[in-house]
Write a protein of this length. Structure first.
Length: 159
């Protein structure tokens, strides 16, 4: 009987260049996307639709963005109206009034920003930043100090 000779077994080569090309493109894209998504997220608390009446009346701070200017309300009454200067909202006056409110109610940490439908998104962000914190001049120096005002912000539609 004749023996058959087998060819030596050569393992096939794997072509991983297409996979490596995919990884070279995909990994940096995912890393960049993750960083941008973390930067653009703003912490908000959305008002709940819970029924019932509270046990005691609660003081609320509402900043209402209107086309003609800003209003600061306590939930039922308008406490201050800040007209626009030209076509810009008066952020300095808003910050001053909010600092006074924070001094009156130091334990208060939440506020509501309400806006009319045609208000630009950029104005909403600027006003939310002003409600969240402001810079106060340090007495006796030219330096300013960042002070937290009302960090828990809810947003909604103006009445």
């Amino acid at each position: 009987m004749a023996k058959r000779q087998r060819k030596p077994h050569i393992p096939p080569e794997l072509d991983v260049t297409t996979f490596l090309n995919l990884m070279v493109v995909l990994i940096p894209f995912l890393l960049i996307s993750a960083v941008f998504s973390r930067v653009t997220i703003m912490e908000l608390s959305v008002p709940t639709g819970a029924g019932g009446t509270p046990d005691k009346p609660n003081f609320t701070i509402e900043v209402i963005i209107r086309d003609l200017g800003l209003e600061i309300a306590d939930g039922s009454n308008v406490m201050a109206a800040i007209p626009k200067i030209g076509d810009q909202y008066d952020m300095k006056k808003l910050s001053e009034l909010l600092v006074r409110l924070k001094n009156q109610y130091p334990e208060k940490e939440d506020a509501t920003v309400l806006m009319e439908p045609k208000i630009e998104y950029d104005y909403l962000i600027q006003i939310m930043d002003a409600v969240r914190s402001t810079d106060i001049a340090t007495p006796g120096s030219v330096a300013t100090q960042r002070v937290e005002l009302f960090p828990n912000i809810s947003i909604g539609d103006a009445p």
